[in-house]
Write a protein that binds this ligand. Sequence first.
Ligand SMILES: *Cc1c(COP(=O)(O)O)cnc(C)c1O
Length: 358
Amino acid sequence: MSRIFNFSAGPAVLPEEVLARAGDEMLDWRGSGMCVMEMSHRGKEFMSIAAEAEKDLRDLLAVPANYKVLFLQGGATLQFAQIPLNLLAGKTKADYVVTGEWSKKALKEAQAYCDVHIAASSEDKSFSYAPMDWNVRPDTAYVHYCSNETIGGVEFHSIPKIEKIPLIADASSHILSRPLEVSKFGLIYAGAQKNIGPAGLTIVIVREDLTGKASKGTPSVMDYKQQAAADSMLNTPATYAMYIAGLVFKWLKTQGGLAEIEKRNIAKAQLLYDCLDKSGFYKNSINPKDRSRMNVPFTLKDASMDEAFLKGAQQRGMVQLKGHRSLGGMRASIYNAMPLAGVQQLVVYMKEFEAKHG
Ligand SMILES: *Cc1c(COP(=O)(O)O)cnc(C)c1O
């Protein structure tokens, strides 16, 4: 068996220990004689898997008791609609901060449901920074932002101060990469396939008092209140994805929790950004203090060398470094499960490539 270093933005690398454990438990989950995929979601075995996953996630993020943790489907993209459907609560306005591709998509989807206002935007500088000065309407139902732009590589390293109005974050690509003050938010959501587990699972953490006011016509599976009342099992949930996510939560705990994982993520990101900044060959154009620790886009001095760069990386066991089609260039996603050794190997290769072609 040989494992490569996978720098994909998502679906992305998972901890080897988690995959090995899932392999060991594939045919017989802990004496049940069944694979988790074969279990009834109402049976005691799966109910215990789901309850433990929720408990471990709550422990990791220190989720306050007045927040519900939901394990839903439809990806982060469904949340773009589900949020206005649930949180407008009779109001007609919602404010959005625009910092790149994902926040633009969230805003566009919300336009079908309400009067949308851009509270802040970094478009003036090609989405290269995290604007902290927001102009939020006092009668808006909520304000939404993307706390880590997966494509552009911009991360909010502090939580914008918003008073009284619920703050909503799309944290898909950096949730669990660092401790998070959940109480500052009305709702946090994340598709699982970046930093949690398999695609098909979406985590929503929502302040309980914001639920129960869904617009008329909201499908019941999209109503946070109904899902919370049913422990996210209003219908059959993404059982196997929940099980793997649960194993990832346990893995994070054994690594020392989010404070420890954050240290490692800082070290990995620093190594890569140092390499970029010290070279005259590679370039990352994000404002240094707003650079993402998870998604690191960069360009080569000459785009005609992109193919050769990617080919050489592949030959050395490093894949999925091609940048998003909308930006070109390269992107290294270095989520929790990417070991330091992967980033070290990438940096060695980058220096080698620069020496040869620079
Ligand atoms: C990947 C991603 C999405 C979309 O997730 P889906 O699960 O494909 O719907 C939304 N927001 C951010 C920040 C992402 O990284």
